[in-house]
Ligand binder design. Sequence first.
Ligand SMILES: [Zn+2]
Length: 394
Amino acid sequence: MYKSVDASVMRRFNKETVLSLLYQQEQTSRVAISDKTGLNRATVSSLVDELIAEQFVEEIGFGTSKGGRKPILLQFNAGAGYTIGVDVQITHATTVLSDARLAVVYEHRRQLDTRIPPIRSEQLLNVLKEEIESAMVACPPSPHGLLGIGVALPGLVNYVTGHVSFLPNLNITEWPVVEQLSRVYSQPIIIDNDANSGAWAVYLRHRIKNLVFINAGIGVGAGIVINGQVYRGRDGIAGEAGHTTISTIGVLCSCGNYGCWEQYSSEQALARYLREQGIDPLDEFSPLFVSHCVEQAQNGVDAYSNSLRSLGQSLGIGISNLLQILNPEAIFLGGTIAQAGSIIIPEIQRVIRHRAINKNKEMPIEIVAQPIVAVGAAGLALAQAINIFPVRDS
Ligand SMILES: [Zn+2]
């Protein structure tokens, strides 16, 4: 027999819709919320009053009137609570504490020694705990305190189960990281792939509903946002664009295949291009490697500018492939490689104009500065804590 939706479930859903809309807007009013959601004005008023009492929403004065009473303006309270985001990369980890509007109020970056000997998951867990605890100390007083913790990891991560299946460049497999962190912290904990986290942050900041965020560092991954949602695929491993083949008899990759895009468009590729030009990159696997290469290129050392241009061209090939498949509204490039934006972007654009079809040729390519991935991890924790989702903005 058909069972109608429970009234309390409906009320909760409506409340989340109102809060999501308030999060999406700089400021709005009860009347505007009613018009946009189709909820009647009495319901909206009651839900908004509840959200004001919970200090998620505040009244900030009067708007302009189209005749009749001036509407009271409402805004989402950025100081309602805070979230922590940690971005783990191969050579470094970045931790942020963000307010509920994802403004960063604390940031810490530390070098990671993960390669010789290879870091074990227990050691990485300790790094996460140290970083989380330092950020907790920095958390200002607020009505809801610490709302959640998000961790972005470079590899195959199941966002739903909280389980890491494989971090290729760290060689960590089958790691129940959320379960382990949940034994220590009472706040909700969420993990995701680093590129997915970056894509989510870009979406929340720019409100572009269809985008690709490429995180290029030691490895390369893509985070895909489709219609305002991160696309994760069946097993949470969508967007592993770094492991798509661009050369059938190419370089051996950490995933076991040959000719992966990552092997031509990452820091590892940059080091190889330099070696091919007779330069031994001593600071390979240092967090400053890319900025050092950019400096050398700007000083007129040809081997560095040639290597960075090769890197840009390879990035352009993979990006063209993504454009043909997804035709997004924009591509965003983050990670350490983004520091070379002034040299690589013209190369990427040249390749795209040559290889991409139709309007994809003119696709905007934007550089995104760090700590976008850590902010995205904090944003995922926020979205989980207060259930923000895209609301049709008519
Ligand atoms: Zn690979």
